[in-house]
Design a protein around this ligand. Structure first.
Ligand code: CA
Length: 223
């Protein structure tokens, strides 16, 4: 899962980023509303943590602009205790949840998982399904019946993307942007290397699910 933190308190942002990365999330950070909105508009994120009081453009304006552009990424607002009015306004313009600072990391994590369950069809035990495959987003175990195999972080991001997109083709560019950032100069070949690792693991599991390549376009799971 890939998260975006838009928070101008750099200490808080980097502490959250460290903790979330330890939970196997990919994390990008932005310290102001305008660059945060720019990043969020790429639609590369599974969830956004959005502070309300931000330089350049406040969090509510960022949220409004996002929803106007039909970007429906779940947003959890990070608010101060005295911002009741803003919280209500935020929920009305499309925020999915909010947390009042200071909050416990465990609570944030629980709220994030609740959003994933609601929006990404992940079961209560944090498992994604496709065909005969199940993937645990916490332990990074891919399993079929009683056989399982551990995925690396990059393999798991690709597998999650495939499973969440169902039968839709995932363009190679989307994988590159998501794993290496949209201004990266990673060779396409790198993606192919990870796809071949994943194919080997599917084979090991004797899975009926395969990764189909549509040349020049991208990949999709197929049963
Ligand atoms: Ca702030």
């Amino acid at each position: 899962m890939k998260l975006l933190i838009i928070e101008d308190e750099k200490k808080l942002a980097s502490a959250l980023s460290t903790l979330l990365q330890a939970e196997n999330y990919l994390v990008d950070m932005s310290y102001d509303g305008i660059s945060g909105l720019d990043m969020a508009l790429t639609d590369l994120y599974d969830l956004i943590l959005l502070d309300i009081m931000l330089p350049k453009m406040d969090g509510l304006a960022v949220l409004k602009a996002l929803r106007n552009e039909k970007i429906n990424t779940p947003v959890i607002l990070l608010t101060a205790r005295n911002q009741l009015e803003d919280r209500v306004k935020g929920l009305n313009i499309g925020a999915d949840d909010y947390l009042t600072k200071p909050f416990a990391f465990e609570e944030l994590l629980a709220r994030i998982k609740a959003q994933f369950r609601r929006h990404l069809h992940i079961t209560t035990d944090d498992v994604l399904n496709f065909g005969d495959l199940n993937f645990n987003i916490n332990t990074l175990d891919l399993f079929r019946k009683d056989k399982s195999v551990k995925l690396t972080l990059k393999e798991s991001e690709i597998m999650q993307l495939f499973m969440m997109r169902g039968k839709m083709i995932t363009p190679k560019e989307l994988i590159i942007e998501r794993l290496w950032g949209y201004d990266s100069d990673v060779e396409d070949n790198n993606v192919e290397v990870y796809i071949s690792f994943l194919r080997k693991k599917l084979k090991y599991l004797n899975s009926d699910t395969q990764i189909k390549t549509t040349r020049g376009v991208g990949y999709a799971l197929e049963v």
